[in-house]
Design a protein around this ligand. Structure first.
Ligand SMILES: Nc1nc2c(ncn2[C@@H]2O[C@H](COP(=O)(O)OP(=O)(O)OP(=O)(O)O)[C@@H](O)[C@H]2O)c(=O)[nH]1
Ligand SMILES: [Mg+2]
Length: 227
């Protein structure tokens, strides 16, 4: 199984832009869409994390993301259908240049990812935060910090308390997880974010775009609200 870009998980730019409106068709009803961008250095596991959340699998093999890969999953929260649309961005600068302004347009939340076995990926976080600032991301947009690869316990370079201090200083919740390990609750992290978005975003009714497609079957999940 590969997480390299395929026709299944990479939307055309135009259809992406069209689908970032507030609602989309979902069977007979409509679903709100939450656009969440996942950013951080190359190799930290952004593709694997988004793949894990949307397919419940860990990809056998990945290649560096070029531009952006687009994955989504439909969930039900408190009786409402929500589409969680994950923008899995490229960590390598040369693969970001042409797309970067699209990442930040109409974004609802940001997930910063570092690799707990790679201090340099943690030290890069200020520059990712700076990139958000440069793209005029509102302070109201929720952000979370995710330390990935915590299955590699013998290779830890970023102590939890250091990451927690950094997260606190930027008013972000912090999670350590593993895209590889099924017990590390990747799902709970994204669902927590979706709960937060749902509780803060008013329901805006608009006409759904005509040609949106549901990529993944809905999954019913309940988690306590995180405020
Ligand atoms: N052990 C372990 N390896 C992981 C985990 N997540 C990802 N990896 C591995 O880390 C490497 C990079 O993963 P990707 O998901 O492709 O990284 P990325 O952040 O998307 O990289 P770019 O697309 O270049 O920005 C791959 O070899 C993955 O198998 C994890 O939780 N644990
Ligand atoms: Mg990737």
């Amino acid at each position: 199984m590969s997480a390299a870009p395929t026709g299944d998980d990479v939307g055309l730019e135009s259809s992406l832009e069209a689908s970032i409106t507030s609602t989309c068709s979902f069977g007979a009803s409509r679903a709100r869409i939450f656009k969440i961008i996942v950013i951080g250095d190359s190799n930290v596991g952004k593709t694997c994390l988004t793949y894990r959340f949307c397919t419940s699998c860990f990809p056998d093999r990945t290649e560096a993301t070029i531009g952006v890969d687009f994955r989504e999953r439909s969930v039900e929260i408190d009786g409402e259908r929500i589409k969680i649309q994950l923008w899995d961005t490229a960590g390598q600068e040369r693969f970001r240049k042409s797309m970067v302004q699209h990442y930040y347009r109409n974004v609802h939340a940001v997930v910063f990812v570092y690799d707990i076995t790679n201090m340099a990926s943690f030290q890069s976080l200020p520059s990712w935060i700076e990139e958000c600032k440069q793209h005029l991301l509102s302070n109201d947009v929720p952000r979370i910090l995710v330390g990935n690869k915590c299955d590699l316990r013998d290779s830890i370079q970023v102590p939890t308390d250091l990451a927690q201090k950094f997260a606190d200083s930027h008013s972000m919740p912090m999670f350590e997880t593993s895209a590889k390990n099924t017990t590390d609750h990747v799902e709970a992290i994204f669902m927590t974010l979706a709960h937060k978005l749902k509780s803060h975003k008013p329901l805006i009714l608009s006409q759904p775009p005509e040609n949106t497609v549901q990529l993944n079957s809905g999954a019913k999940t309940t988690f306590p609200c995180w405020c």
